[in-house]
Ligand binder design. Sequence first.
Ligand SMILES: Nc1ncnc2c1ncn2[C@@H]1O[C@H](COP(=O)(O)OP(=O)(O)OP(=O)(O)O)[C@@H](O)[C@H]1O
Ligand SMILES: [Mg+2]
Length: 349
Amino acid sequence: MSRRQPAGKHLDRQTFTHGKLVGVCGKIIASPPNRCPLTALELMSILRVQDLHKSYGKGDDRRPVINGVSFELRRGECYGLLGPNGAGKTTTLKLCLGLTAPDSGSITLVGRDIPGQARQARARIGVVPQIDSLDPDFSVEENLIVYGRYFGMKRADIVARLDWLLEFSNLAAKRKAYINELSGGMKRRLTLARALVNDPDIIFMDEPTTGLDPQARHMIWERLKALLAAGKTILLTTHFMDEAERLCDRLAVIDHGRLIAEGAPRELIARHIESQVVEVYGDAAPAWAPKARTLAERVETSGETVFCYTNHAEPLLHDLSTAEGLRYLHRPANLEDLFLKLTGREMRD
Ligand SMILES: Nc1ncnc2c1ncn2[C@@H]1O[C@H](COP(=O)(O)OP(=O)(O)OP(=O)(O)O)[C@@H](O)[C@H]1O
Ligand SMILES: [Mg+2]
């Protein structure tokens, strides 16, 4: 992949200038704590999850939540976990981080067995939790310092990194502000900056851009691409399909605690979905749906929209050109189409 370092090439030191993450030979911004040389296995696979099972509840209420999940992250890639609400994404991340123990299965993260060696692994890991957990008693910069101290970093090393972190999150002007003075989007950006305090090798991001406006989301995408270009690995959950398509080298779709598809976004779309979609809108659309079924390989109706999936759109488009009271959009198939095909259109709890 052209934007990336070759697998295994790791930039230990970096700075963020003019919107770009730049490796700066010799300029040490922070000394990451407890960093050991990488083993050959870690160079290939930074996270390996095998046949994970997890249930919650007791007695008759015991319910499986993760049902035999296996996947592997290569160093330097962005790997997405997509799935409906309650599919098991956050639980999978918590298991990987050693925050909850599996019933069975194995996890190796940065060469450490999880959960047994989770404490040692954490020094090389960044986490953006689904729900912000910033300390309201501290200012923006104090939050970053306190978090870095938690990793055993020297205060001076964290302070030397503050400018970069604040620029990364576009929060330089809020440096002295307290958490209750920040908007929801600012808090989310601070949580992202906080995950990078210890210069982690791999960052777990649980819906990192939820609650951000489109401007901030685009900014964060650029920043995350720069992190990837610098050799970082990202495990990302998101409900934004365009985010997954832009950022992920590979992704897995998870549903009911099972991994139901895995691959590069475009490859998955090509494997599971017809190449073109014609969305047909309007009061007359549901009545037109039976006709659509004779012209498209697959048709789905959602409210007053008829989704026609096809590899040959011409017959559909010809029919629509003369149909009264119908509007339509002709577009290539995308990740949302794949997601809906694999997980269905029914609402989840
Ligand atoms: N501590 C817990 N105790 C009991 N059940 C739990 C616990 N944590 C999660 N669950 C259940 O496990 C299932 C998976 O939850 P999880 O948070 O992993 O879903 P998710 O894929 O992250 O969903 P979302 O997209 O809504 O964040 C859900 O049914 C949830 O209710
Ligand atoms: Mg979740």
